[in-house]
Design a protein around this ligand. Structure first.
Ligand code: UT7
Length: 344
């Protein structure tokens, strides 16, 4: 089954192919902002180190009564409203900070935002989660299983990062973003044209929260081998982004927007340089939110769209890297849409 828009364009433009198309974008951030100076009061760190090494000046922290699922519901409802839709056929959630180990949160989100009995499930790919979930949703659409899918990415890293560990506590923040995908054609702005996904389980310890069987005693905090991850992130995001650009036959200078996982401003700059995309194409919106893991790409997309840096029809490359290790990229043309943003 392919949607009515596909049928219309396919009639008018015979070379158009069916594709998942981004139709709406929503975000939700917690209201509480924690500036670098506030962390320096109880950690051996300072604003200068954090700013110069990462580009981060502040991050958001969810209030104790706000859950990952609350952030996800608000972002998902925003994406529906941005798309002008009341219902979708499926919901996929990307998170690595679930409120509970079981069950998945996606069914609860679908229920809370009034989607009835649609298929709903979680995808766990850490900071690459949004790309993995978007690829999965696009697959549901191209297989004819769904005509529209709500992709949501939500994280509460403040719940798994050790507040006493300066090497991680300064980096991460809480937040959520969501997009609606619908069935359309490759000729429409918003069309997802290529994906690349990969993983390396040999390096699973680079980004890690121990399970009970691995560490039966003591607190089980998130850890990251920062320098090793930095080097792998540079390599994998560059090669993965190049693959989707090649799939679309896009030259680097023709790329209008390059949106990488927002882990570190230095990584974003270095990957953009290696790809030789135009300097002003690289979107860096990490300063006020920090690293929000799976949520970072949709949050950056909303900032860039509102700031006029994402123009309808612009060739847009997304790329991400995270624990697993996992990485992934997507190539799309930017749609005409207005993000719907909320704070709780
Ligand atoms: O989101 C998933 C993917 N994640 C990433 O892509 C993150 C990749 N990694 C990074 O972004 C960077 O490696 C970090 C921001 C985590 C660290 O920056 P770095 O330039 O790689 O620093 P480093 O780890 O090599 O540490 C340099 C020094 C060390 O001190 P010594 O050993 O040189 O004396 C650290 O102990 O900086 C020290 N340090 C700090 N100093 C002040 C580490 N954290 C801090 C801190 N404040 N918060």
């Amino acid at each position: 089954m392919h949607g009515p828009e596909f049928a219309r364009v396919a009639r008018e433009e015979p070379d158009a192919r069916p594709a998942a198309v981004i139709a709406g974008l929503g975000t939700c951030l917690p209201r509480t902002e924690i500036a670098n100076a506030a962390l320096a009061e109880h950690l051996d760190t300072n604003d200068e180190w954090i700013r110069s090494r990462t580009g981060i000046t502040a991050r958001r922290r969810a209030a104790p009564d706000v859950s990952m699922t609350d952030l996800a519901c608000a972002a998902a409802a925003g994406a529906l409203s941005s798309a002008g839709l009341a219902t979708v056929d499926a919901l996929v959630l990307a998170t690595s900070t679930p409120d509970r180990p079981c069950p998945a949160a996606a069914p609860e989100i679908a229920y809370r935002i009034g989607q009835g009995a649609i298929p709903a499930f979680d995808v766990s790919a850490v900071c690459s989660g949004f790309i993995y979930a978007t690829a999965t949703a696009a697959g549901l659409i191209s297989a004819g299983i769904a005509d529209s899918v709500l992709v949501t990415a939500a994280e509460t890293y403040s719940r798994i990062v050790d507040p006493a560990d300066r090497s991680t506590a300064v980096l991460f923040g809480d937040g959520a973003g969501a997009v609606v995908l619908r069935c359309g054609t490759t000729r429409e702005p918003g069309a997802l044209l290529a994906f690349d996904l990969g993983s390396d389980g040999a390096a699973r310890d680079f980004i890690h929260v121990p399970g009970e069987h691995e560490q039966p005693k003591g607190e089980r905090w998130f850890t990251m081998a920062g320098r090793k991850v930095y080097l792998r992130a540079l390599q994998q995001m560059t090669s993965s982004a190049l693959r989707v650009m090649e799939d679309c036959s896009w030259s680097p200078e023709s790329v209008g927007a390059f949106v990488a996982h927002q882990a570190n401003a230095r990584i974003i700059d270095a990957v953009a340089n290696r790809l030789r995309v135009p300097l002003d194409a690289a979107v860096c919106e990490i300063a006020r939110v920090g690293n929000t893991a799976a949520a970072s790409i949709p949050l950056a997309l909303a900032d860039a769209a509102d700031g006029g840096r994402l123009k309808p029809g612009a060739r847009t490359v997304l790329t991400a890297f995270g624990g697993g290790l996992t990485w992934g990229s997507a190539a799309l043309t930017w749609p005409t849409l207005t993000p719907v943003r909320t704070e709780i």
